[in-house]
Design a protein around this ligand. Structure first.
Ligand code: AVJ
Length: 324
């Protein structure tokens, strides 16, 4: 009998959050340029496709970050001692988090926050089995909106906000600062924020990572349209849109787009959306920073860089931040 079983309250995670908001979708599709938020990628199939992206030879991010964390995180986590509360916005399958959970000393808790309910629940169940000494507290929420942290039963001595994967790169400057400030607030004056940030590098390497030879990233991007067809009875013809992911130097980011191959009209939620040939839906930005740019960003959120953990090639960084 697992003593923490009762602590994993799946009803707590039952608040509506993962469901697409038609209003948000239509606002994006009727604006110029057309856009959809990357959070919409993560339905069940999208979450699974993202997990496959993480295994691709070209997608160096996950494997590099995992190696950095494996090297640096255990000693850091152990030094924080018992009573640690780990909070992760956008936890997905929580794969990398296990490196941290392995080093945590009971009593401790892990608040995993994700927009994809099925993915969150599967991960939370597995973690409850694997970590009987850690209270697992899943929250199904869109972390770009206010969400509540469940109280839990373990006494909290310190809080670590964990935001890996370069998810921070999906947000433009003001949104990224707001998110970092939100995390600083949750961490508290004595807490820490650990953020994974992909670093600027050769455009060739970056473009390969988002245009993989096996076409998984294209499938992930196009799945957004499949999702609109399923969930809103839209009539997107997936074969009439092309995945494009160029490096845009001026903004230091990869931009993911779905480009219309012809002039066409699509129906969704009672609206008619017309695409010119070559017109795109902007689905994601993946900003890449250098050390100084990231430190400046963090500073705007009143966070100082305590340490930067990186790999030999300085491909990826884990930025350990503290309130200033
Ligand atoms: C989940 C935001 C880290 O920006 O690299 C992967 C998403 N998009 N391939 C990223 C993504 C296309 C990914 N993050």
């Amino acid at each position: 009998m697992n003593p923490n079983r009762a602590a994993v309250s799946f009803t707590r995670a039952a608040a509506p959050a993962g469901d697409l908001l038609l209003a948000e979708i239509l606002a994006g599709l009727t604006s110029r340029p057309k856009y959809l938020y990357p959070k919409f990628f993560y339905d069940e199939r999208g979450s699974l496709l993202f997990d496959r992206i993480c295994e691709l030879p070209e997608y160096y991010l996950t494997r590099t970050e995992t190696a950095i964390l494996a090297e640096r995180a255990p000693a850091f986590i152990r030094a924080l001692g018992p009573g640690l509360r780990l909070i992760e916005p956008g936890s997905g399958s929580s794969a990398k988090t296990r490196i941290l959970l392995d080093a945590m000393q009971p009593p401790a808790s892990y608040v995993c926050v994700d927009i994809s309910r099925s993915h969150l629940m599967t991960a939370a169940r597995a973690l409850t089995e694997r970590y009987p000494g850690i209270e697992i507290l899943p929250v199904c929420a869109d972390f770009t909106q206010p969400f509540e942290i469940p109280a839990g039963t373990a006494a909290v001595q310190s809080t670590l906000l964990f935001f890996p994967g370069s998810t921070i790169g999906n947000f433009d400057r003001s949104e990224a600062i707001a998110l970092l400030a939100m995390m600083r607030g949750l961490a508290g004056a004595e807490g820490r924020v650990l953020v994974g940030a992909d670093l600027r590098k050769s455009p060739r390497i970056l473009e390969a990572a988002y245009n993989d030879a096996a076409g998984v990233t294209a499938e992930f991007n196009l799945n957004l349209l499949a999702r609109l067809n399923h969930e809103f009875g839209a009539d997107f013809d997936l074969s009439a849109f092309m995945h494009r992911a160029p490096w845009v130097e001026e903004h230091s980011r990869i931009e993911m787009h779905l480009v219309s191959a012809c002039r066409q009209t699509v129906h969704i939620g009672g609206a008619e959306i017309t695409f010119e040939s070559g017109e795109s839906i902007w689905t994601e930005s993946c900003h890449k920073y250098d050390r100084a740019q990231f430190a400046a960003l963090a500073r705007e959120a009143e966070l100082g860089v305590e340490e930067v953990w990186t790999d030999k090639e300085e491909c990826f960084s884990a930025q350990l931040l503290q309130p200033i």
